[in-house]
Design a protein around this ligand. Structure first.
Ligand code: NAD
Ligand code: IPM
Ligand code: MN
Length: 361
């Protein structure tokens, strides 16, 4: 029997709630398909600060380095908002991405027909939207030096550095071309090369890599224009590749046009390791209420089945099961619309598990 070791980092806020749902679903898939998943938990984020005094304890890194894949909930919350930037829960997340060299973050934005009314956009604009943002995840202003708050002539100045090496750009752009090749073969590269030198280099490298992929159609958009086109013509995009900070912003925008942030999964891939997490955060406003949408995390587990374990059939059935539960009108509050049946995190998880069993025959 195949055995896969999954490092589980629940994190804070709704993190433990949605991760618990995804683990129950994975366990069921294990039973149905005869695959053995072993889950080992470790601390990250605010809960790690509280218990270990650091957002990313060394044993957490070790566990991830020795697992076949990592499943993460979300980190952060008001309790830790007063801490300096370098001591915050979010540093744990940035640290694990860097430690595992997870340079390509895949964030699919797909509109589910039954959820079309939950989208803030008009039905006719959003219908058929199915694209994926490939966000660079280990460079850019997130990690560039110098950074900090300094004094100049007695006044404070805040500094962050937007920096990319050509190799960092090349590897993520290649990944994006590969993803496009498996889809509708259209790639949009997003930059701000009308203003930023680092974006000028980004565009140059994209052009160089494009010569290896003559079968993929390439367009370049400035990030401000892209933000606008995502709400104007979302269904025209197939794969979008961009840097870390632009990708952070554009992927939240992409998430909400599909109905809710609670629906959007992600895979963070390097050459050796992979981490799966929902795009949303720890949602402190609804934590502990049992109403968080677990679908983004369950779909992230689905991406793990597909990308890390090669369990394509299992991942397909899981996605179909989720679609079916939505078609049958069940909704957590964040995606609720009139005439639907409102369910809790727990009930949504149960429904997905039962539908999986139903589809497995
Ligand atoms: P957020 O994504 O946590 O929440 C934004 C809004 O979306 C909230 O109204 C929330 O209730 C709602 N929402 C998010 N996920 C949901 C779900 N699964 N079901 C239903 N509703 C959901 O973003 P925020 O409020 O800007 O950040 C809160 C904290 O999370 C901050 O500390 C932030 O740094 C952190 N954060 C962490 C991650 C991560 O761990 N990957 C990502 C984003 C934000
Ligand atoms: C995300 C989050 C993180 C990011 C934060 C919490 C560090 O917003 O995963 O999108 O900016 O990458
Ligand atoms: Mn974000």
């Amino acid at each position: 029997m195949a055995l896969f070791k999954v490092a589980v980092l629940e994190g804070d806020g709704i993190g433990p709630e949605v991760v618990s749902s995804a683990l129950r679903v994975l366990k069921k898939i294990g039973e149905l398909s005869g695959v053995d998943f072993v889950f080992e938990k470790a601390l990250i984020g605010g809960s790690a600060i509280d218990q270990k005094g650091t957002p990313l304890p060394q044993e957490t890194v070790e566990l991830c380095l020795n697992a076949h894949a990592v499943l993460l909930g979300a980190v952060g919350g008001p309790k830790w908002d007063g801490l300096p930037t370098d001591k915050r829960p979010e540093r744990g997340l940035l640290g694990i991405r860097k430690a595992l060299d997870l340079y390509a973050n895949l964030r699919p934005a797909k509109v589910y027909e039954p959820l079309i009314k939950a989208s803030p956009l008009k039905e006719e604009v959003v219908r058929g939207t199915d694209f994926i943002v490939v966000r660079e995840l280990t460079g850019d202003v997130y990690y560039g030096e110098p950074r900090g708050i300094f004094y100049e002539n007695g006044k404070r100045v805040g500094i962050n550095t937007m920096k990319y090496t050509e190799d960092e750009i090349r590897r993520v752009v290649r990944k994006a071309f590969e993803v496009a090749r498996l889809r509708r073969k259209k790639l949009t590269s997003v930059d701000k090369s009308n203003v930023l030198e680092v974006s000028g280099l980004w565009k140059e490298v994209v052009e160089e890599v494009a010569r290896e992929y003559p079968d993929v159609e390439l367009e370049h958009l400035y990030v401000d224009n892209c933000a606008m086109q995502i709400v104007r013509r979302p269904s025209s995009f197939d794969v979008i590749v961009t840097g870390n900070i632009f990708g952070d912003i554009l992927s939240d925008e992409a998430a909400v046009i599909t109905g809710s942030l609670g629906m959007l999964p992600s895979a963070s891939l390097g050459d050796k390791y992979a981490l799966y997490e929902p795009v949303h955060g720890s949602a402190p406003d609804i934590a502990g209420k049992g109403i968080a949408n677990p679908i983004a995390t369950i779909l992230s587990a689905g991406m793990m089945l597909r990308y890390s374990f090669g369990l394509t059939k299992e991942s397909d059935i899981l996605e179909r099961a989720i679609e079916l539960v939505l078609e049958r009108g069940y909704r957590t509050p964040d995606i609720y619309s009139e005439g639907c049946k409102r369910v809790s995190t727990e009930e949504m998880t149960e429904l997905i598990i039962r539908t999986l069993e139903e589809l497995w025959q």
